[in-house]
Unconditional design. Structure first.
Length: 263
């Protein structure tokens, strides 16, 4: 159903070139014709349409934007910016569920790294660079590649970086089976805390908050292949990451070093 809002949005979109010409102040139709390099009839039609929508008014100095026009154009530009964020991250977001909690504010200023092959390369290298430079790391992951295990083991045992990780219960059992020595080393370190989650935060998304200032979102497909990563320092993204990781802290159970004879 078409509403007045739809009509105003369509008018602003269709006549954006004229509106942009009026952002710096009033212009008469002759000036608009020269600036836009269109016919006088085209300008006349555009001005009439914009007047009818309350976007433009005529004055002794020429056509100028009304307050409605100014605000409508700002909102239109903001909408385009949000859609730009969606287009930039679309190939990765399609792998995440709708309840992941990500909105376009979280994606502000985002940078995207894609993985061109099922075996992760560049997204993992990006995470390595970020982790190696961080002083405090809080993160969640639904899976772990050998590169992840090596990266975090070295960071825990060779630096004083504070690391707090939340992992799904099946993943922790896998680590106990395949990387028992590395897991014990990490659990023995004073700068490492590990939590077991009974329920996955998101099976297709890894989330890392670095120094409470930068967010890394790793995206996986249904087969567990890395599709890419999103990084952003947007305030909304940091707040979102804090909230999701706080949920993990509340729901998780701390994992402690157990006896080598325990099964």
């Amino acid at each position: 159903m078409t509403t007045p809002a739809h009509g105003l949005l369509e008018t602003v979109q269709r006549r954006e070139a004229v509106i942009e010409c009026l952002e710096d102040g009033p212009r008469d139709k002759r000036a608009l014709t020269r600036r836009l390099d269109v016919s006088r009839q085209t300008v006349d039609r555009a001005v009439r349409e914009l007047e009818a929508a309350g976007v433009v008014e005529r004055t002794a100095e020429g056509c100028r934007l009304t307050l409605v026009g100014d605000l409508a154009h700002r909102e239109f530009e903001a909408l385009l910016e949000r859609y730009d964020r969606l287009c930039l991250t679309r190939d990765l977001l399609v792998h995440l569920p709708s309840d992941a909690g990500i909105d376009t504010d979280v994606l502000a200023g985002a940078e995207v790294v894609h993985s061109d092959h099922p075996i992760p390369h560049e997204p993992v290298r990006e995470l390595e660079r970020l982790v190696e430079d961080a002083e405090r790391i809080v993160g969640y992951s639904p899976l772990a590649f050998p590169q992840h295990v090596s990266l975090f083991h070295q960071q825990v045992t060779r630096t004083d970086t504070e690391i707090e990780l939340f992992l799904d219960a099946p993943l922790i059992e896998r680590l106990r089976t395949e990387y028992d020595e590395e897991l014990r080393d990490a659990l023995s370190a004073p700068n490492f805390t590990l939590y077991r989650l009974a329920e996955s935060l998101c099976p297709n998304m890894g989330l890392v908050l670095l120094d409470d200032a930068l967010v890394y979102i790793g995206v996986y497909d249904a087969s567990g292949n890395v599709r890419g990563a999103i990084t952003t320092e947007a305030g909304a993204a940091v707040a979102w990451a804090r909230e999701r990781l706080a949920e993990c802290r509340s729901d998780g159970h701390e994992v402690c070093l157990r006896s080598p004879f325990e099964r």
